[in-house]
Write a new protein. Structure first.
Length: 640
């Protein structure tokens, strides 16, 4: 009997991972092939493939929407598709291996992230890679920014060269630690953009490219290329590595390609390209902008203030920001404090505005963005413009124009009000330390800029659908002790579903009323403290891709702080619900899964895994449709 090994994985790791595994195993039985599937789910890696099983396999199927290391499968016929194909095209995939139509995979570990499945657009691939970089960058921004803020607050003193933290104090040590974290921000962004495109071999050239972007001295510039430069080097490194991987090389050097040849060659290409093609124009631009600002001194104050405000906000620490900042700082030594006043205002507006917007525009920001908003606001108080970068990275088209407008308004108000600043720093901290002249108008200018940005964001940012539907909070029908029961005690799917969370004939032709009804039902169990908050998690998951998996099934699911205990709701629709399923058919069986954000243990995931696998059984689905009452539904679920 022929043997095939496979790996399945979806981003959330709850449903599709196990559905694909079940269908691949069923397809193997149907075609007389032994198929063993290793699953990468929320529980972790299960049913791991052994070296012997891989060696004996006639082919490999990877049905995954996450990065999977393929270095184990060198020399094997291999097919890589998305997890949805594993669910819906399992027979074709197995048959493709049997027909010898799978390409031989090289032993190059760098190919562990293959080309995106054919249905994925280049735009989605770019967005996915950018988000991967941003997700790794954000902790560095937050950690560095807050450490710097803490050191400046408790140990900073105003001086002519800026706010000074005395050497040898604990605060100077914290300042250094924060500086290290901030200096790693751009390299980490660049490295993990490259890693998303080209996997591990992309890390080294991506990191080196990011270091170049963060260090203008390497290409003769007093200003670095900032996070925008880091994005450029990240994508450059990733695609250079992908191009190198496509070069056919003798087998004798294949094993050293990912660890020696590719990183070195890609690093040289990225480094030289950035220094001589990108870096020199940045240096030239820096000098040209400096000369331009010098020439503007005798002109209109309002125009100069607008230009300085726009430059400060545009790239939040990049070349435009640094040119404006260094221009103002240089004039301090000449006794001109009037230019640094508007700059000090403009510097803090982007992070303060985005922090404020995340507080007041609750239906425009996701939960992670609201958390980032708290850190951004804190950084804004201390003149750390980089606090706005996570927002600008993920939504530049809306965020950058909004913060540019806000900083321009604040800068103009400060200029017209004769706000001055005697130190090379910005933000409210310089006012608190006594370095600002006309303090009242300083804060008026800041408030005007923040208000401008928040108003623009209120019009430009789309509304998050889940947050606009008001759901009344209902009293729990179970005691708190039951709601917080240890998840490891779950032994049956009946432990996570009750009669109140079962709807036999739900109304609604689209997913929205069904989601509203089921989240309400979950709230009545007491295991979900806020239907509105959990509904936001559901819609966030739906925004990634539809949970209508086809075959008449939809499995909306979400993790949320509002979930105290794993809980399941079930709805059946005779007419069917339009869930934008991949096969275009309406969904008749809807399972809504609620999981605590930081769930302890994995018993609930194992139960949900069994549910996902069981739903691949045609008879089981038909029996659920034919069940006459809730007791019959629960009896069927108890079979798992």
């Amino acid at each position: 009997m022929k043997k095939i090994v496979a790996i399945t994985s979806c981003p959330v790791g709850i449903a599709h991972t196990y559905m694909a595994a079940e269908n691949l195993e069923k397809a193997g039985k149907e075609l007389g092939v032994q198929v063993k599937v290793e699953t990468h789910g929320s529980i972790g890696i299960e049913n791991p493939l052994t070296e012997q099983e891989i060696n004996e396999a006639d082919g490999v199927i990877i049905a995954a929407d996450t990065n999977v290391d393929l270095s184990r499968f060198g020399g094997k016929p291999l097919i890589k598709v998305g997890v949805q194909d594993g669910v819906h095209k399992s027979v074709q995939l197995v048959q493709q291996i049997l027909d010898g139509k799978a390409a031989i995979h090289t032993s190059d570990a760098s190919t562990s992230v293959q080309e995106e499945e054919q249905t994925t657009s280049i735009g989605k691939q770019i967005y996915k890679s950018l988000m991967n970089g941003v997700s790794y960058m954000v902790p560095f921004v937050v950690t560095g920014g807050l450490l710097i803020a803490l050191s400046l607050t408790l140990g900073g003193e105003a001086g002519p060269g800026g706010i000074v933290v005395p050497e040898g104090t604990i605060w100077s040590t914290l300042l250094a630690l924060g500086g290290i974290a901030m200096s790693l921000m751009v390299p980490v962004l660049s490295a993990f953009i490259a890693q998303s495109i080209a996997d591990r071999p992309g890390l080294v050239p991506g990191f080196i490219g990011g270091m170049l972007a963060a260090n203008g001295a390497l290409y003769g510039s007093d200003a670095n290329a900032g996070f925008l430069g880091g994005i450029v080097t990240g994508f450059l490194a990733g695609y250079v590595v992908v191009a190198i991987k496509k070069v056919k090389v003798p087998k004798v050097i294949q094993s050293i390609m990912p660890i020696i040849i590719i990183p070195i060659l890609a690093s040289v290409i990225v480094g030289l390209s950035f220094i001589y093609i990108v870096g020199e124009p940045v240096a030239w631009l820096f000098q040209a902008l400096t000369d331009f600002l010098v020439g503007m001194q005798g002109g209109s104050e309002v125009v100069l203030a607008m230009i300085l405000g726009a430059m400060i906000a545009f790239d939040m620490g990049g070349p435009f920001n640094k040119v404006a900042f260094l221009f103002g700082s240089g004039l301090i030594a000449e006794g001109n404090y009037q230019i640094m006043g508007p700059i000090a205002v403009a510097i803090c507006i982007p992070p303060l505005a985005l922090g404020t917007a995340s507080f007041v525009l609750k239906n425009k920001f996701t939960r992670p963005e609201k958390e980032a908003g708290k850190a951004a606001f804190a950084m804004g108080l201390f003149g750390i413009t980089e606090g706005a970068i996570p927002f600008a990275s993920t939504d530049p088209v809306r965020v950058i124009p909004s913060i540019v407008a806000g900083s321009m308004v604040g800068s103009v108000v400060a200029m017209l009000s004769n706000v001055t600043n005697q130190v090379a720093h910005g933000g409210p901290i310089v006012a608190v330390l006594g370095a600002v002249g006309n303090v009242v108008m300083f804060f008026v200018a800041v408030l005007a800029g923040v208000a401008t940005t928040v108003i623009m964001l209120s019009f430009l940012k789309p509304t998050i659908k889940a947050a606009v539907v008001e759901v009344p909070t209902q009293e729990p029908t179970v005691t708190p002790e039951v709601a917080t029961e240890n998840t490891e005690e779950l032994t049956s799917i009946l432990d996570i579903i009750v009669d109140d969370s079962i709807v036999l004939d739900i109304e609604g032709e689209t997913k929205e009323p069904v989601i509203e009804e089921l989240t309400k039902r979950l709230a009545t169990t007491g295991n979900v403290t806020s239907a509105e908050s959990f509904k936001e998690a559901i819609y966030m998951r739906e925004a990634q891709s539809t949970t209508g998996i086809g075959m008449g099934i939809a499995i909306p699911h979400g993790k949320s702080d509002s979930v105290l205990r794993p809980t399941l709701a079930f709805a059946r629709s005779t007419q069917g619900v339009d869930w934008q399923a991949l096969d275009g058919e309406p969904s008749h069986l809807i399972f809504m899964i609620a999981v605590p954000k930081d769930a302890q243990g994995d018993m609930h995931l194992k139960i949900l895994q069994r549910l996902s696998r069981k739903l691949m059984d045609d008879d089981f689905r038909q029996n659920l449709m034919d069940a006459k009452d809730k007791a019959a539904i629960k009896a069927l679920l108890a079979e798992m």
